[in-house]
Design a protein around this ligand. Structure first.
Ligand SMILES: NC(=O)c1ccc[n+]([C@@H]2O[C@H](COP(=O)([O-])OP(=O)(O)OC[C@H]3O[C@@H](n4cnc5c(N)ncnc54)[C@H](O)[C@@H]3O)[C@@H](O)[C@H]2O)c1
Length: 674
């Protein structure tokens, strides 16, 4: 298709005549059918809602078609309106636009729906089983049209994928404001989500899916590498250089979980990983993210022991259920160094977790046809999984919760996951026997110091620009590292190593993007250097900056990002809300705030931003606030690293005055209770 035709199709929005009837492609990885949750009257409402996007002349035909979609898949995706052209992050110059910032947003959004990037592209799902960009294809078509016709005096408003419209604002306002899944708190149970989503009035945006900031599995590789490395250090001591000879057992070869084998190999270890969905496994194998595939557990065990003896850096996938893998390891008395789980337990009963004892196909059928029985199967399976994990942990395995609600759901299932005698006084009723990776690793070593999943995308789509940005970022980091205090030198060195190797590790899937766990100083200085390089023509087109919501400030999530907050405030969401408001008026190109993401609907509030560097202006204030909001809150919660980090930031930054916590002696508290 020519550039001109593509532009015309974008500008057309909803087509004037009906496209041909949809063909359900069986070769692609489709979302599982969702629960049939609506009553007869509610189904009428869902169809009435869906038809709002179309002229009357289409209604009769589409009403019948949408009813079939609703009854077959549990949702109305409007498959017929998925465009014929290939959706991917085209070079920015190919998008029709009046605002270069709006074109940059089209570039980012398109990457999230690219067939080679997204988990269920036909259903507009980017990752995590239900992380949606839009609820249906009409929303996609209209949004692209609005982005193409808007100028820098307008802001596009998106309610859970629905483009409410363009509203006059001003040049320095965000070009797009996104909310996903925001509901009245008392209506935030998972069945509420199923119902609202089926009605077409709300969606689960995950974190980077519904905020257009997904950059393929790379987005999580750096974080996963530092997590597995530091998990190894928790077991073998802080001087451990790499994971040589160490075995890490886990599950999931999906959107984020698929980063685990690659990260373990980068860290020099052996990853044994189970994946129940043959299509997901095939994709990661073909992309070279997992090295070898086994469907027989005995053969896998032999290969694992061989790799252990030879200290190979290798990843071994098991095509099957992770519970069977854990039980086999426990039964054979194998020694496992590190263990975790990355099934999508934030979405346990609608395709996120496949219980043992059912085949993949049986599960997909049962979750739709007999949800109550399916729920029981999930709980039985989790209990079995925990039993085997506990056995291996007693022999020395370091197990952690990977922020996927594994311990939360296993606890709800009645599995033996609670710590005996621990727990009161830290802002939650009971504590788990295993830490979350944020409590032990990501919180104290990274978030509290302001390090988080910063990223950038070269909108030219040119790999040469990415190479140039890697070089610039490396120089900036080397300069900062010369004066870095001992508290953060390990993180700085890790970053320098990472960015030096990033190109060689061939991490790009989709847009020309790079992840880097930078702190506030790093993010700001890198942004400044990129902007200058764009102005001088060293980088050929605008660069988008952003981050995963899974960061220092953007997310309030008591079992994940804020699980290492111990002053009782971990169930509050002021930080995430303050963050998005503050980013919006300090210069973000677009902002988003979501209910759900990672750990499940109703369990978290998370927000993010995109910022477009076009060589003309900078919004350093935004990057500054975006990190220091979280450090201040973490410091107020008495987290030691954050208290250190915020004092350092105040010395660096004129105008920053943060309320600091006074620390009371334990003796004083104990004394008044004696
Ligand atoms: N990687 C990270 O740093 C990180 C951070 C925070 C949270 N998470 C969480 O990890 C989870 C996974 O994310 P994702 O994007 O990879 O999700 P995903 O749904 O794309 O992938 C999960 C995979 O697990 C597989 N699976 C489910 N049950 C299984 C079972 N019993 N045995 C074997 N395989 C099974 C599924 O088939 C799927 O491919 C999510 O809950 C996410 O929020 C990851």
């Amino acid at each position: 298709m020519s550039d001109k035709d593509f532009k015309e199709l974008i500008l057309q929005g909803i087509p004037d005549s009906l496209p041909p009837k949809p063909v359900y492609e069986t070769s692609v990885n489709h979302a599982p059918g969702r629960k049939d949750i609506l009553s007869g009257e509610e189904k009428k409402l869902a169809i009435r809602n869906a038809l709002r996007y179309f002229p009357k002349k289409f209604h009769k035909e589409l009403a019948a078609e949408f009813l079939i979609e609703l009854e077959t898949y549990g949702r109305i995706y409007m498959y017929r309106f998925k465009p014929d052209y290939r959706i991917y992050a085209r070079p920015i110059s190919q998008y029709p636009c009046k605002s270069i910032h709006a074109a940059a947003i089209m570039h980012m959004l398109s990457n999230n729906l690219d067939d080679t990037v997204a988990q269920h592209p036909q259903e507009l799902i980017t990752y995590g089983g239900n992380g949606a960009v839009f609820q249906n294809w009409a929303q996609y078509l209209l949004t692209l049209k609005y982005l193409a016709i808007m100028d820098d005096s307008q802001t596009l408003v998106l309610y859970s994928g629905h483009p409410m419209g363009l509203f006059p604002s001003h040049k320095d306002a965000p070009r797009v404001v996104v909310t996903n899944g925001m509901v009245i708190p008392n209506y935030s149970k998972s069945d509420d989500y199923e119902k609202f989503n089926a009605l077409g009035v709300s969606q689960y945006g995950q974190m980077t899916a519904g905020s257009f900031m997904y950059i393929g599995p790379q987005g999580i590789v750096h974080g996963t590498t530092i997590t597995v490395l530091n998990a190894g250090r928790r077991k073998s001591g802080p001087d451990m250089k790499n994971l040589s000879g160490k075995i890490f057992v886990t599950s999931g070869l999906g959107g984020m979980s698929g980063a685990q084998p690659k990260a373990t190999v980068i860290a020099g270890g052996i990853c044994v990983i189970a994946e129940v969905n043959p299509k997901a496994l095939k994709t990661r194998h073909e992309q070279g993210w997992v090295d070898e595939v086994y469907s027989d557990l005995n053969t896998l065990m032999n290969r694992m022991k061989e790799a252990q003896e030879k200290k190979e850096a290798v990843s071994l996938a098991y095509l099957g259920n992770v519970v069977d893998l854990w039980e086999k390891l426990a039964e054979d008395d194998c020694f496992v160094d590190l263990g975790s789980d990355q099934t999508s337990l934030h979405n346990p009963f609608a395709g996120g977790y496949y219980p043992a004892s059912l085949s993949f196909e049986e599960s997909n059928r049962m979750m739709r046809e007999d949800p109550e029985r399916f729920r029981e199967k999930v709980f039985e399976s989790l209990k079995r999984q925990v039993l085997a994990i506990n056995k291996l942990s007693e022999k020395g395995m370091y197990f952690w919760d990977y922020g996927n609600a594994f311990l939360l759901e296993a606890g709800r299932a009645g599995a033996d996951v609670f710590a005996k005698g621990k727990g009161k006084g830290n802002g939650m009723d009971e504590e788990f026997r295993y830490p979350s990776y944020v409590q032990d690793i990501m919180g104290p070593l990274f978030f509290d110091y302001g390090f988080g999943p910063f990223r950038w995308v070269c909108t030219s789509g040119d790999p040469k620009d990415l190479e140039t940005t890697d070089g610039i970022a490396l120089k900036v980091l080397e300069t900062i590292a010369k004066k870095a205090p001992p508290e953060i030198i390990m993180q700085m060195q890790d970053n320098i190593h990472w960015i030096r190797e990033a190109g060689k590790n061939k991490l790009v899937v989709g847009s020309q993007a790079r992840i880097l766990y930078a702190d506030c100083e790093g993010r700001m200085k890198i942004a400044e250097a990129f902007n200058l390089a764009i102005r001088l023509g060293i980088i050929s087109a605008p660069v988008v900056l952003g981050r995963d919501h899974h960061d220092v400030s953007g997310t309030d999530s008591p079992y994940r990002e804020t699980s290492n907050i111990y002053d009782g405030s971990r169930f509050t969401a002021d930080m995430a809300i303050q963050n998005v408001i503050g980013d919006a008026f300090r210069g973000a190109g677009w902002v988003s705030i979501h209910n759900g993401g990672g750990v499940g609907w109703g369990e978290v509030i998370n927000g993010g931003f995109g910022m477009i560097l076009d060589g003309t202006e900078e919004a350093e204030m935004m990057l500054h606030w975006d990190v220091n909001n979280g450090i201040s809150r973490r410091s107020w919660a008495r987290n030691e690293a954050a208290m250190f980090a915020i004092k350092r930031e105040m010395e660096r930054t004129p105008g920053l005055v943060v309320t600091l916590a006074n620390i009371v002696d334990d003796g004083v508290i104990d004394g008044v209770f004696d």
